[in-house]
Design a protein around this ligand. Structure first.
Ligand code: SF4
Ligand code: F3S
Length: 112
């Protein structure tokens, strides 16, 4: 089992989640974070920390595609363990539908 980051992180990237992960398994894209499903120990600590409610357990229905997307980009993007400012448009984007199609960027973030 693993937790994964889903749609509502895109364009927000609050990063509260990275501070609490005991195994530092978050990876940073330009406008999204992912969890490495093979490194996550399924502790659940990050899930309530996300202001955008973007983190879910893979036992939730419909999460299969998110697990694969998290795995793919965790292998491409840099590790992030330190909280940083949310994206400037975070409040505006929070809760918007269809962010994967509209805004997702494959570009890596800076990590850190
Ligand atoms: Fe890290 Fe635990 Fe969240 Fe997995 S569930 S990403 S180990 S804080
Ligand atoms: Fe994204 Fe929530 Fe973390 S918005 S960066 S999953 S705190």
């Amino acid at each position: 089992m693993t937790y994964v980051v889903t749609d509502n992180c895109i364009g927000c990237k609050y990063t509260d989640c990275v501070e609490v992960c005991p195994v530092d398994c978050f990876y940073e894209g330009e406008n999204f974070l992912v969890i490495h499903p093979d490194e996550c120990i399924d502790c659940g600590v990050c899930e309530p920390e996300c202001p955008a409610d973007a983190i879910v357990a893979d036992t939730e229905g419909g999460s299969e595609a998110w697990v694969e997307l998290n795995r793919k980009y965790a292998n491409l993007w840099p590790n992030i363990i330190t909280q940083k400012d949310p994206l400037p448009e975070a409040e505006e984007r929070d809760g918007e539908e269809g962010k994967l199609e509209k805004y997702f960027s494959e570009a890596p973030g800076e990590g850190g």
